[in-house]
Design a protein. Structure first.
Length: 111
C-alpha cells in the first residue's frame, strides 16, 4: 500500500439519513431529543452489523415521539425508522425509544 493513500476501502460507510436529521429530532423532542438520537444511532449500528454492504439508507418517519399504532406491545413513545437498501428495499423496521433504547423487526426481504 502506498503512503499517498489517504483512505481505506474497508472503512465502514455510514447510512444515509433521510426524513430527519439529528437536529430535527432534538428540536422536535426537547430534552428527550438526545436519547432519541442515541437510539437512532443504535439502530444504524445494528443494521450495519446485520447487513454489511447491503444496508444503505436510514429512513426516519417523522421526528416527534409518539405512541406506536402498529405495535401494541410498545410501552414507550417512539420515532419509527426503516433501514433500506440503495434501491429502496426495506430490510428492517424499528422504533427509536424515548429512553434511548430501540426495538427492530426484520422485513421479509431482510431474512
Amino acid at each position: 500500500m502506498s503512503a499517498s493513500r489517504a483512505f481505506s476501502t474497508s472503512a465502514k460507510k455510514a447510512l444515509v439519513w433521510v426524513g430527519a436529521t439529528e437536529l430535527d429530532l432534538i428540536a422536535a423532542n426537547g430534552s428527550r431529543g438526545p436519547k432519541v438520537v442515541e437510539a437512532v444511532h443504535a439502530i444504524e449500528a445494528h443494521a450495519e452489523a446485520m447487513y454489511p454492504g447491503k444496508a444503505s439508507v436510514l429512513k426516519i418517519q417523522g421526528t416527534k415521539l409518539h405512541k406506536s399504532t402498529k405495535d401494541p406491545n410498545e410501552t414507550e413513545e417512539v420515532v419509527s425508522v426503516s433501514v433500506l437498501t440503495e434501491s429502496g428495499t426495506r430490510l428492517l423496521s424499528g422504533h427509536a425509544q424515548a429512553s434511548g433504547g430501540f426495538t427492530t423487526h426484520t422485513a421479509r426481504a431482510g431474512r
